[in-house]
Design a protein around this ligand. Structure first.
Ligand code: GLV
Ligand code: MN
Ligand code: MN
Length: 414
């Protein structure tokens, strides 16, 4: 097996620093929230980096940055890699960025070493992987796989702003979403390099992980309707307090998810109306998610959440409506691609371990189009989605080296 050229650590280190500098000064951490100015600036910067590395680069209607390196066999389907550069509010410098910059570095190293691939190579910086107040994750990869629906685009945040509006305000074209779609026949395989975002690799003393399966994720919005009343004159036993019912629902989410070892559940936001201490709450909105590797467990949690909100309504005299937004099934990685990833790691001197991903990834959407696999590098202390997120540069370089070796393997064997 041909050995892939080594990624250049100094170059990854300096591009990573430049990317980190393109963050939102008004938010904590290293934020590039999707469709804001820093995110758009970051995407244009990535397109320029792709061009410098020798790729043709374009930005599609939803904001995906797509770099293309033609192959020597023009009829062969493309091999694709990439990740995302948007962040959660107050996020870190590695989630997503490692997979995009690692891929661009790989292309630079191929060019310097005169490596030509048989297959076309595409490197993608997917738009809005992290989701939004409208409750839709993986927006760019959903558009590429043909799974971004009119319902997703019409979803609104608590103020009534739709996802389509947010995309249009960033100067993109939500009405042309169909032009983002790729056919399954154009792609042979997809590989994503990413940080683990959890503690498993570090605890096991492993330098690399090859993902077995990605969690299924189900997002919900619970709207609770109570009755607005005077906080001083309405007796405690005569209230329909929407916020009290919402509090019961929030605790039920925690209890339900913790009732089995194979699920997690989180309520990430709560809004109430009218938000005044001298008024009993009329309305509360709870948004959250359940995750599990097992579809049956997610189905059970859906039923049990419906029962829990009905219990709260009975206790408080409120009316709760549960809406399920984005529903992504648990996604197994392809066995053949994963074996190539394990072999690629061995080729460059690493014994990688198999690992489950509790985090969602663009790979879930790419799995609708082609066989997929993921390479994880360790996260210090398992921290992620916070400013403290950290992965040593040497681990990023190792990951990019395995990615390069894997792409050469897939190019030879597919
Ligand atoms: C993405 O990072 C997610 O898992 O929420
Ligand atoms: Mn990510
Ligand atoms: Mn993330």
């Amino acid at each position: 097996m041909t050995a892939a050229p080594q990624p250049v650590a100094d170059r990854i280190g300096s591009t990573w620093q430049e990317m980190a500098d393109l963050h939102d000064p008004d938010l904590p951490g290293w934020s590039r929230v999707a469709f804001t100015e820093p995110d758009t600036a970051g995407r244009h910067w990535i397109a320029d980096r792709m061009r410098t590395a020798g790729m043709d680069a374009r930005i599609d209607a939803v904001g995906n940055v797509i770099g293309v390196l033609p192959g020597t066999a023009p009829s062969a389907p493309a091999i694709v890699t990439g990740s995302h550069t948007d962040t959660v509010p107050g996020g870190g410098r590695f989630d997503g960025v490692v997979g995009v910059l690692g891929a661009i570095e790989m292309v630079e190293a191929f060019r310097e070493a005169g490596v030509r691939l048989r297959h076309e190579l595409r490197v993608v910086d997917f738009a809005n992987e992290e989701g939004n107040p409208q409750g839709v994750m993986l927006v760019g990869s959903r558009a590429i796989s043909g799974h971004l629906t009119p319902q997703h685009l019409a979803a609104t945040d608590a103020e009534g702003t739709s996802l389509a509006d947010v995309i249009a305000r960033a100067g993109l074209r939500p009405e042309e979403i169909d032009t983002c779609r790729w056919d399954a026949g154009e792609v042979a395989a997809f590989v994503e390099l990413h940080i683990e975002q959890g503690p498993v690799l570090e605890q096991q003393g492993a330098s690399l992980g090859i993902v077995t399966r990605i969690a299924g994720i189900e997002n919900f919005v619970v709207d609770v309707l109570g009755r607005r009343d005077h906080a001083g004159t309405t007796p405690m036993n005569a209230r329909n307090d929407a916020l009290c019912a919402a509090a019961g629902t929030i605790l039920a989410v925690e209890r339900l998810a913790a009732s089995g070892a194979d699920s997690v559940g989180t309520v990430g936001s709560l809004t109430t109306s009218p938000e005044a201490t001298n008024v009993v709450s009329e309305m509360a909105r709870v948004t959250g998610e359940f995750r599990s590797p097992h579809a049956e467990r997610l189905a059970e949690l859906r039923d049990r959440l419906a029962a829990a909100t009905a219990e709260q309504d009975a206790a408080w005299g409120t009316e709760s409506t549960v809406r399920w937004g984005q529903v992504d099934d648990p996604t197994p990685m392809d066995d053949v691609v994963s074996e190539h990833l394990l072999d690629a790691a061995r080729d460059v001197g690493h014994e990688a371990v198999r690992i489950y991903s509790g985090a969602g990834h663009d790979t879930v959407q790419m799995a609708h189009l082609c066989p997929t696999g993921m390479i994880f590098v360790p996260s210090a202390g398992g921290r992620s989605h916070c400013p403290e997120e950290w992965t040593d540069l040497s681990a990023v370089v190792d990951g990019a080296g395995v990615l390069a070796q894997a792409i050469l393997r897939l190019d030879e064997r597919l």
